[in-house]
Design a protein around this ligand. Structure first.
Ligand code: PLP
Length: 462
């Protein structure tokens, strides 16, 4: 195992009862009587008829709360903003930029928004499970319109707060209904996965994924660790365009991964944040999920429309649970709704309508596919140009071809922490400290400069 378990988990079989029990003492502390506050000098209480007012004297009741560390990814953007050098480059955050390095709103999104405006649609609450038209198209996009699992009504789908919120609801489902199970996540993985499972109190451990020697997949290690996990574990898989490495298993390797998961009765949990954005094809990028589904396996899939439709701030995504029967799917859906209700009541409407219109209107759908191909194509072309620049400038004979084997928005450069810091300090190139760069934030014009920065950091910093 690449790393041992680290979790806040305290698991009980009937979580809903224990949660309510846990709340009781906290609710008592929250009453306005003086006895409830810690320390005599801490507060003065004024009694005025029926109301008791508590007035802070000099020490905040939040004094015991320490400063949280900066988010490793969003912190990179802060450092970038503070840098005044005109050569600066932000390759930290995974958001698409044009060749001029500007944010991009897709034309199909603008058209869908115009349609919504023209129809004068209202802003009433959605149901807890979200917009029905969105839930229908999102499951079809993922599994394929004619997939028998949809006709058999075996998929429980609810709209989520983008990829993150959908993962969080699924984590809550695992915590409540699989209290003795843990989840295996890849080493490394997207930074927020650990936060999500920690906060949901789902124990996790890591399976080997990245091999620094080859800057490629440690397939043997991955299989060994999945095999060694207790039977019935959840296995978190990146459906395509693995974040942060950009390294995906080959179709043959995916089959072997499915074999071992099936044999060990594990439950696959796919995180699909880049459908269509990795290869440029929606179908190709969903092929891992569809292959597992075709084997009759039960599985979970969190979806996001942040990247492929550029709807980052709209917070639109979904959680899908593929069950072995329609009856189980109905029950699972009812519980997903039950988990969502006290967290955020019901999801936001605007992004759901955009997706439903884009996917559900044939002309917009084909226009979306063209725009997505264009975005994926721009990323592929800067990937090629970066490789060409590195190969031309590096006279040592080092093979940089691992960059071309990676897929999607990111590239794992193999630079370590000190080298990544040199990229920012000396070259004004901002990236995450694990050596990841977002190629979506790179332009063709900046490839040579980036290659110089990488070569200097790689050879001159240890
Ligand atoms: C692997 C992975 N999962 C999920 C997400 C969730 O993104 P969002 O919550 O914006 O949809 C991201 C975003 O970077 C990601 O890379």
């Amino acid at each position: 195992m690449a790393s041992t378990m680290f979790s806040l988990a305290s698991v009980t079989p009937s979580a809903s009862i224990s949660l309510q029990d846990n709340l009781k003492p906290k609710l008592k502390i929250g009453t306005s009587s003086q006895r409830a506050f810690p320390g005599k000098d801490f507060m003065k209480a004024k009694s005025n008829g029926r109301t008791t007012m508590a007035v802070a004297v000099n020490v905040s009741r939040f004094e015991g709360i320490t400063m949280a560390p900066a988010d490793p990814i969003l912190g990179v953007s802060e450092a970038f903003k503070a840098d005044t050098n005109e050569l600066k480059l932000n390759l930290g955050v995974g958001a698409y930029r044009t060749e001029d390095l500007q944010p991009y709103v897709l034309n199909v999104v603008k058209k869908a928004e115009n349609l919504i405006l023209e129809r004068g649609e209202n802003k009433e609450y959605l149901p807890i499970e979200g917009l029905a038209a969105f839930n229908k198209v999102t499951a079809e996009l993922l599994f394929g319109k004619d997939n028998p699992v949809l006709q058999q009504q075996r998929v429980a789908t609810i709209q989520g707060l983008s990829g993150t919120g959908s993962l969080r609801i699924a984590a809550a489902l695992i915590e409540r209904y699989f209290p003795y199970s843990k989840i295996l996540i890849s080493s490394p993985t997207w930074g927020n996965h650990k936060n999500i499972f920690n906060d949901a109190r789902v124990p996790w451990s890591e399976y080997r994924y990245y091999d620094p020697k080859t800057v490629g997949l440690d397939f043997a290690g991955m299989i060994e660790d999945i095999k060694a996990a207790p039977e019935g574990s959840f296995i978190l898989l990146h459906g395509c365009a693995h974040n942060p490495t950009g390294i995906d298993p080959t179709p043959e390797q995916w089959k072997k991964i499915a074999d071992v998961i099936q044999k060990k009765n594990h439950i696959p949990f796919f995180d699909v944040a880049y459908q269509g954005f990795a290869s440029g094809s929606l179908d190709e990028d969903a092929s891992s999920v569809r292959m597992f589904a075709a084997r009759g396996m039960e599985l979970l899939v969190a979806q996001s429309y942040s990247k492929n439709l550029g709807l980052y701030g709209e917070r639109i995504g979904a959680i899908n649970v593929l069950c072995s029967s329609a009856d189980a799917a109905t029950r699972v859906k009812s519980q997903l709704k039950r988990l969502a209700r006290p967290m955020y009541s019901n999801p936001p409407i605007h992004g759901a309508k955009i997706v439903a219109n884009v996917v559900g209107t044939p002309e917009l759908f084909s226009e979306w596919k063209e725009e997505m191909e264009m975005m994926a194509g721009r990323i592929k072309s800067v990937r090629q140009k970066l490789y060409d620049s590195l190969s031309a400038k590096d006279k040592s004979g080092k093979n940089w071809s691992f960059i071309l084997k990676q897929i999607g928005m990111f590239s794992f450069t193999g630079l370590d922490r000190a080298q990544s810091e040199n990229m920012a300090n000396k070259w004004h190139v901002y990236m995450t400290k694990d050596g990841r760069i977002s190629l979506a934030g790179l332009s063709a014009a900046k490839c040579e400069y980036l290659a110089d920065a990488i070569i200097d950091s790689y050879y001159n910093v240890s």
